[in-house]
Design a binder for this molecule. Structure first.
Ligand code: NAP
Ligand code: MN
Length: 268
C-alpha cells in the first residue's frame, strides 16, 4: 500500500505530515504522492475537497482518510492526537472501505465547448447581478422556469454543507441520488417555482437551460469555472456520477451523531 498526504497550509498540518511520514517510514509503508492507494488529508473538510479534486482522475484506485486539525468535519474524523492509532490501522489494513455517491456535471458553453466535472459537495449556478433565469428539465421534460439568485445541486454528503444553508434536507449518505435547492427564488403572481428542495434518485437527469444573455457563474466544490468575456453557460446536466469516493473504513463514525455534534451540540 502506497500512502500520500494532502495537507492544508497551517503549521499544525505540516507538523502532522512530518510525523506521519516518519511513522510510515518506520513501518516500511511507502510514501508516494504520484500513485497512492491511500490519501490522508490533514486540515478541514475544505482540505479534503481539494485532495479529492487533486486525485479526481484516480478515484477507482484511491481511498481517503481525513484528519482534522480544527473542529470535527464531515469528511475528517481522525483527531490529531490519534496519529499513532492511524498508523496502527494502516499496518493492519485489509482494504476495507465505505463509498459515497458523487455528482456528475456536464456544462455546455456558448462557443460550442463542453466540460465535465465531478463534485464531492455540490455545484452551484448563480448570478450576482441580475436575476438568473433558466428552464429546469427533469428527465428531459420541462418542469419549471426558475428565476432567482441561483441553484445548488448537492451530493448526499454535501447536503450538510451549502445545501443546508439554502434550506435543503440532510440526506443519509447511503441514499444514491442528489438534491436540488433554490437560492432566493422569485415567487409572485407572475413567476412560480416549486419553492422546496427536490431529492432525485439514482437514474434522474436534471438539465438547466440558461437564457441567451446569461451571466451566471458555475462552481464545483471549491472551484469557480472560468468563463471569459464572450463565453457563457448555455446548458448544464446533472446526474449521479459513475465514480464514487471511497474512504478507508477503519472504524465506524455514526453519521447522525456527527450531524448532532456539528449542528446541535454534544460529542461525536
Ligand atoms: P469554507 O468557507 O471554509 O467552508 C464553509 C464551511 O463548510 C466550513 O466550515 C467547512 O468545513 C464546511 N464544510 C465543507 N464541506 C462540508 C460538508 N460536506 N458538510 C458540512 N460542512 C462542510 O470553504 P471550504 O472549506 O473551501 O469549503 C467549500 C464548501 O463550502 C463548498 O463546497 C460549500 O459546500 C461550502 N460553502 C457554503 C456556503 C454557505 O453555506 N453559504 C457558501 C459557500 C461555500 P471546514 O472548516 O472543515 O473546511
Ligand atoms: Mn474550510
Amino acid at each position: 500500500m502506497r500512502v500520500a498526504i494532502y495537507n492544508s497550509d497551517t503549521q499544525e498540518s505540516k507538523r502532522l505530515k512530518r510525523m506521519i511520514i516518519q511513522g510510515l517510514a518506520k513501518e516500511g509503508i511507502p510514501y508516494d504522492e504520484e500513485q497512492p492507494d491511500l490519501v490522508i488529508s490533514i486540515g478541514g473538510d475544505g482540505t479534503l475537497l481539494s485532495a479529492f479534486n487533486h486525485y479526481e482522475d484516480r478515484l477507482d484506485e484511491i481511498r481517503f482518510v481525513g484528519m482534522h486539525t480544527g473542529h470535527l468535519g464531515f469528511y475528517t474524523d481522525w483527531r490529531t492526537f490519534e496519529v499513532f492509532d492511524l498508523i496502527e490501522s494502516l499496518k493492519t489494513d485489509s482494504g476495507q472501505s465505505v463509498a459515497y455517491p458523487l455528482l456528475n456535471v456536464e456544462a455546455k458553453f456558448s462557443d460550442g465547448t463542453r466540460q465535465n466535472f465531478v463534485a464531492l459537495n455540490e455545484s452551484t449556478i448563480r448570478d450576482m447581478v441580475k436575476t438568473m433565469v433558466c428552464d429546469v428539465y427533469i428527465n428531459a421534460e420541462l418542469f419549471e422556469r426558475f428565476r432567482g439568485d441561483g441553484l445548488c445541486i448537492s451530493t448526499p454528503t454535501g447536503s450538510t454543507a451549502y445545501n443546508k444553508s439554502v434550506g435543503g434536507a440532510i440526506m443519509d449518505p447511503k441514499i444514491v441520488g442528489f438534491q436540488l435547492g433554490e437560492m432566493a427564488s422569485l415567487n409572485n403572481r407572475v413567476f412560480r417555482t416549486l419553492g422546496s428542495p427536490i431529492i432525485f434518485g439514482k437514474d434522474a437527469v436534471l438539465t438547466l437551460r440558461l437564457a441567451d444573455d446569461s451571466t451566471a457563474v458555475l462552481s464545483c466544490d471549491r472551484t469557480q469555472i472560468m468563463l471569459g468575456e464572450v463565453r457563457h453557460l448555455t446548458e448544464l446536466t446533472y446526474s449521479v456520477a459513475e465514480q464514487q469516493i471511497r474512504f478507508a473504513k477503519y472504524r465506524h463514525t455514526n453519521f447522525w451523531r456527527r450531524v448532532k455534534a456539528s449542528f446541535i451540540g454534544g460529542e461525536a
